[in-house]
Design a protein around this ligand. Structure first.
Ligand code: BES
Ligand code: ZN
Ligand code: ZN
Length: 477
C-alpha cells in the first residue's frame, strides 16, 4: 500500500474512489462538504438505506461524478486513537475487496483527537491492516497495489507510521515463515541482510564459537537439532549515546518441547517461538531509521528444540555463560536456558538497561489471556516507562510481580538452580529464573499470548502479530 498525504480535500483529490466516514449514522466534516458538492446524494443514500455505519460496514454509492465509499465508524462519541487504528485496518481490508486501485480518504475524527495523531493512527492502521503473508500460495488472490491519498494531512506523520508499520510487518513475516525454512542459520542470514540494508553493525556466531564462548545452557538446548544454532548480535550506535540499552529476544525457530515433548495441539503454533527475536529485529529495523539517542544492541540466541540422540535430557546439569549451574527438570522450559546466556552476555558487553521479549510460558497465557503480555521488571522506573510506552503504542501489557517468596521453587538438589518450579505461578518463576542472570535494571515481557493470533483482527490476519515492536519503539523514542 502506498499512502500520500495531500493538502487538498477529499472532494478536490482526483481519485476514482472517495472514502468518507459515517459515525452514528451521520457524515463527518469532509463528508458533509462532499455531500453538498453532490447536491445531497450521500445523505440521500444514507436515508434511503438506513445505513448507520457500524465499524467496518460499507456503502458504495456510484454516481456520474464518481464512486463514493461510505465507511462505518460505529458510534461517534468517545472514539480513541486505538479505534482509529482499527478503522484504518478495517478500511484497508474493505478496499482490498473492491476493484479500485486509488482512493482519496478522509482523516476520520481529526477535530477532537488532534490532526497529527489522527493522521498517524489512520496511516498505521492502513499499513498494518493491509498486511498479508501469501508468499507460499501458488494461486494469489487478487493482490493489487493500492494508492491512498489522505485528505488535508501531513506527510511527516504518514512517513513515521510507515517506518513503524513496516517494522511490525517485518517481524510478522519472520514469525510466519515455516520452521523448516526459517532455521537458526536462516534467521541469522535475515538479521545480517537487515543490518546491511539499514546500516547496523552485525555479528553472528556459529555453534563452535558459541561453545568456545561458554554458552553451555543455550548450546544444550540447541544441540538436539540437525539445524545448528546461531548467536546473533546487531548494534545501533548514535554519535553521543545517552545510555546503552540491550534488547534480547527469544529465538527458538521451533519448540517441540524436546524429551518433555509437547502434545500435538500445543506444538501447532511453535514456529512462533522466535517471536521475541522477530520483535527485536523489527525494532532494530525502525531504530536504524528513526535514530534515537541511545546505543541499542540486540542479542538473539537462535536455536531449535528437538529430539535426537544428541538432544539434552531431563536431569542434565548445564554450565551457563554466567558460571551458574542449572539442573534441567523439563526440556520444554528451554527458552529461559537460551535467555540465561544471552542476558548474561548482554550485561557483560556493557548494557545499562536490558529489555527482553519472549514467548516464554503458557502460564502467562493462562493468567492474562491471548491478547495481553505480562511485564516483569526488577526496576520500578523501567517498568513505568515500559507500561507508558505500551499504552502509547496501543499494545496491551500488564504488570506482574517478581515475587521473592517463590524464588525457592527454583532451588535444585544438585546444581545452583533448576529450570522449572512447580505448577503454580509458572510465569513468575520463569521470570525469577531470568533475574538470576542479570544485575542491571531488567524488564521481561512474556508475549506468549499476543505474539501469535489464531483469529483475524482489524490490524492483521491469522499468524504473527509483530507484538512488542511498537512498545519498544515508543520506549526508545
Ligand atoms: N514456548 C513455550 C511457551 C509458550 C506456550 C509459548 C504457549 C506460546 C504459547 C515454552 O518454551 C514452554 O514450553 N514453556 C513451558 C514451561 C513449563 C515446562 C515450565 C510451558 O509453558 O508449559
Ligand atoms: Zn518449550
Ligand atoms: Zn519455547
Amino acid at each position: 500500500m502506498n499512502i500520500k498525504a495531500s493538502r487538498r480535500s477529499v472532494f478536490e483529490i482526483p481519485a476514482p474512489l472517495k472514502v468518507v466516514g459515517v459515525a452514528s449514522g451521520g457524515l463527518l466534516t469532509e463528508g458533509e462538504a462532499l455531500d453538498q458538492a453532490l447536491k445531497g446524494a450521500l445523505s440521500q443514500a444514507l436515508r434511503e438505506t438506513g445505513f448507520f455505519g457500524e465499524a467496518g460496514e460499507t456503502l458504495l454509492v456510484q454516481r456520474p461524478e464518481g464512486a463514493f465509499l461510505l465507511f462505518g465508524l460505529g458510534k461517534k462519541r468517545g472514539q480513541e486513537l486505538a479505534e482509529l487504528k482499527a478503522h484504518g485496518g478495517r478500511l484497508a481490508q474493505a478496499l482490498s475487496r473492491l476493484s479500485f486501485r486509488e482512493a482519496a480518504v478522509e482523516v476520520f475524527f481529526a477535530d477532537h483527537l488532534g490532526k497529527k495523531e489522527a493522521t498517524y493512527a489512520l496511516a498505521e492502521g492502513l499499513f498494518l491492516g493491509s498486511y498479508r503473508f501469501s508468499k507460499y500460495k501458488t494461486q494469489k488472490e487478487g493482490e493489487k497495489r493500492l494508492r491512498i491519498h489522505l485528505a488535508r494531512a501531513s506527510q511527516a506523520e504518514v512517513e513515521r507510521a510507515k517506518v513503524v508499520a513496516e517494522a511490525v510487518n517485518y517481524a510478522r513475516d519472520l514469525v510466519n515463515e515455516p520452521p523448516n525454512l526459517l532455521t537458526p542459520a536462516e534467521l541469522a542470514r535475515r538479521a545480517l541482510a537487515l543490518a546491511e540494508a539499514v546500516g547496523l553493525e552485525a555479528e553472528v556466531w556459529d555453534e563452535r564459537r558459541i561453545e568456545e564462548e561458554g554458552m553451555g545452557a543455550f548450546l544444550a538446548v540447541a544441540k538436539g537439532s540437525a539445524n545448528p544454532p546461531r548467536f546473533i548480535k546487531l548494534v545501533y550506535r548514535p554519535e553521543r549515546p545517552l545510555s546503552r540499552v540491550a534488547l534480547v529476544g527469544k529465538g527458538l525457530t521451533f519448540d517441540t518441547g524436546g524429551y518433555s515433548l509437547k502434545p500435538t495441539e500445543s506444538m501447532s503454533t511453535m514456529k512462533s517461538d522466535m517471536a521475541g527475536a522477530a520483535a527485536v529485529l523489527g525494532a532494530m529495523r525502525a531504530i536504524a531509521q528513526l535514530k534515537p539517542p541511545y546505543e541499542v544492541r540486540a542479542y538473539i540466541a537462535a536455536g531449535e528444540n528437538m529430539i535426537s540422540g544428541s538432544a539434552y535430557r531431563v536431569q542434565d546439569i548445564l554450565k551457563s555463560y554466567s558460571g551458574k549451574t542449572i539442573e534441567v527438570l523439563n526440556t520444554d522450559a528451554e527458552g529461559r536456558l537460551t535467555l540465561a546466556d544471552a542476558l548474561a552476555y548482554a550485561e557483560k558487553e556493557g548494557a545499562e538497561t536490558i529489555v527482553e521479549l519472549s514467548t516464554l510460558t503458557g502460564a502467562a497465557v493462562v493468567a492474562l489471556g491471548e491478547k495481553v503480555a505480562a511485564l516483569f521488571s526488577t526496576d520500578p522506573g523501567l517498568q513505568r516507562r515500559l507500561l507508558r510506552a505500551a499504552k502509547e503504542a496501543g499494545e496491551k501489557v500488564w504488570p506482574m510481580p517478581l515475587e521473592e517468596a517463590y524464588r525457592e521453587k527454583l532451588k535444585s538438589e544438585f546444581a545452583d538452580l533448576k529450570n522449572v518450579g512447580d505448577r503454580n505461578g509458572g510465569a513468575i518463576t520463569a521470570a525469577l529464573f531470568l533475574t538470576e542472570f542479570v544485575k542491571v535494571p531488567f524488564a521481561h515481557l512474556d508475549i506468549a499470548g499476543p505474539a501469535y493470533t489464531s483469529k483475524p483482527h482489524p490490524l492483521g490476519p491469522v499468524g504473527g502479530t509483530g507484538f512488542g515492536v511498537r512498545t519498544l519503539l515508543h520506549f526508545l523514542a
